[in-house]
Structure formats: structure tokens, C-alpha cells
Design a protein around this ligand. Structure first.
Ligand SMILES: [Zn+2]
Length: 129
């Protein structure tokens, strides 16, 4: 397991704790339980889930070793614009706007550090145009 993997697990766990704490803050009766203590507790509880999901996605399909996947470039399959009607603003300023996003379908190439096996997965991303 590399340092970047450990760091990634800690960062994502803390982010999960932060997002859940923020979400809890919107509810009466739950809000008063939000503290640094609850934030760290949620982060600690989230870490095994983050650990196993990252372990799964970093496992080589050939030699089954975990934490050996390295990113090996990308190749765009196709790109196309998509429009979405979204709400922006608050209160009286609230209005519907049509936003354009660029949808990208691409191959993500992976390589195994242990056995040099190469494989690819199909990924999607969307960025605001
Ligand atoms: Zn391998």
C-alpha cells in the first residue's frame, strides 16, 4: 500500500465526515449533536467503507493483488453536449436556467505495478461548458 493510498483513504473519510456533519446541521434535534467529536466519529466509521471500496478498485484483475493499480492514460471515445434545466438562486431570485454540459465517454487505462497486466474501464465525466 502506497502513501498516496493511505492519504486518499484519510482524506475521503474526513470529507465524508464533513459532508454528513453538514447534512446533520439542517435538521432540528440533530443539529446540537454536531461537533468536532461527531465529525471525527463519523470519519472513523466511514474509513473501513472507504478502505474496502478503494481496495476493490485498485485490485489487479490478473494477479488479484490490491493497491497495485496505476493510471495509464485515457482515450476519449466520444464527447457530446447535453443540456439540463436547473434551478439557480434562492427565494425571489430563484429561476430556471438551461445549462450546457460536455459529456465525455472515455477509456481509462490501468496497469498493474506487480505483474504489468494492462486493462481498461469505460468511464464518464461531465463538465460545465
Ligand atoms: Zn497484476
Amino acid at each position: 500500500m502506497r502513501f498516496s493510498d493511505k492519504f486518499g483513504i484519510i482524506a475521503i473519510s474526513l470529507m465524508t465526515g464533513g459532508i454528513i456533519s453538514m447534512f446533520m446541521f439542517f435538521f432540528d434535534g440533530v443539529r446540537e449533536y454536531v461537533s468536532w467529536g461527531s465529525f471525527f466519529l463519523i470519519s472513523i466509521l466511514a474509513s473501513p467503507i472507504v478502505y474496502f471500496s478503494m481496495k476493490g478498485s485498485s485490485t489487479c484483475p490478473a494477479c488479484k493483488k490490491a493497491w497495485k493499480e496505476i493510471s495509464n492514460g485515457q482515450e476519449t471515445i466520444r464527447e457530446y453536449p447535453v443540456t439540463k434545466t436547473e434551478n439557480e438562486g434562492y427565494g425571489d431570485q430563484r429561476r430556471s436556467v438551461v445549462n450546457t454540459y460536455i459529456h465525455r465517454e472515455y477509456w481509462q487505462f490501468h496497469k498493474c505495478e506487480a505483474c504489468n497486466h494492462e486493462w481498461k474501464t469505460k468511464e464518464n465525466s461531465e463538465t460545465k461548458a
